[in-house]
Design a binder for this molecule. Structure first.
Ligand code: 5GP
Ligand code: MG
Length: 178
């Protein structure tokens, strides 16, 4: 298979754009069935979810609102316990039904921290919608409410996800090649 170099690593296509878009459409349908009556607030977690959020929200035909928050670990490439959340919310979430849009749930640390920060704002509910979920790596007692793809324990880039800052622009999802 064709190889792609991002920084110093070699990658190959893992899930192609058309498969992603088809699954995203299905996910939008699942969400519509359960959430449409709530006028939910979608909170896209930047940076990784920007492409997923855009494609998903284009498939949402019910009344909703969209906000962006930024969550990043303080150091390095591995997940640390220190999560830095920049809300930049211009709206009151009290009593609202919130759906977090994430690129990937790996150990679950980020989403658990994010959820507990958001709970302080007294929303009616908080659901988690993630494009990718690596159950093998999960250490937290949490399960996404909506999952695009359950994947193996592989490092992936593309479709919004980066490897040391690069690769977010790629239209397909790639995994590290052996
Ligand atoms: P968690 O806190 O669930 O361990 O990690 C979530 C974050 O780790 C994601 O939002 C993402 O930034 C990063 N991450 C985890 N696995 C991958 C991966 O396979 N590829 C990329 N690019 N980032 C990952
Ligand atoms: Mg992320």
């Amino acid at each position: 298979m064709e190889k792609l170099i991002v920084n110093d690593k070699s990658f190959e296509i893992y899930i192609n754009e058309s498969e992603i878009l088809e699954r995203v459409k299905g996910l939008a349908h699942e969400i519509a069935l359960k959430e449409a009556q709530h006028k939910p607030v979608f909170l896209a977690v930047l940076n990784g979810s920007f492409m997923f959020a855009a494609d998903l929200l284009k498939q949402i035909n019910f009344n909703c609102e969209i906000q962006f928050i930024k969550a990043s670990s303080y150091s390095g490439t591995t997940t640390t316990g220190n999560l830095n959340v920049q809300f930049g919310l211009n709206q009151d979430l009290a009593g609202r039904h919130v759906i977090l849009l994430e690129d990937i749930v790996d150990t679950g640390t980020t989403i658990v921290k994010l959820k507990s920060e958001l709970e302080k704002l007294n929303p009616a509910s908080i659901k988690i919608c993630t494009l990718l979920f690596k159950p093998e790596r999960l250490v937290e007692a949490i399960k996404p409410d909506y999952t695009g793809f359950i994947i193996e324990n592989k490092f992936v880039v593309g479709y919004g996800l980066d490897y040391n800052g690069a690769g977010r622009n790629l239209r397909h999802l790639y995994s590290e090649a052996n």
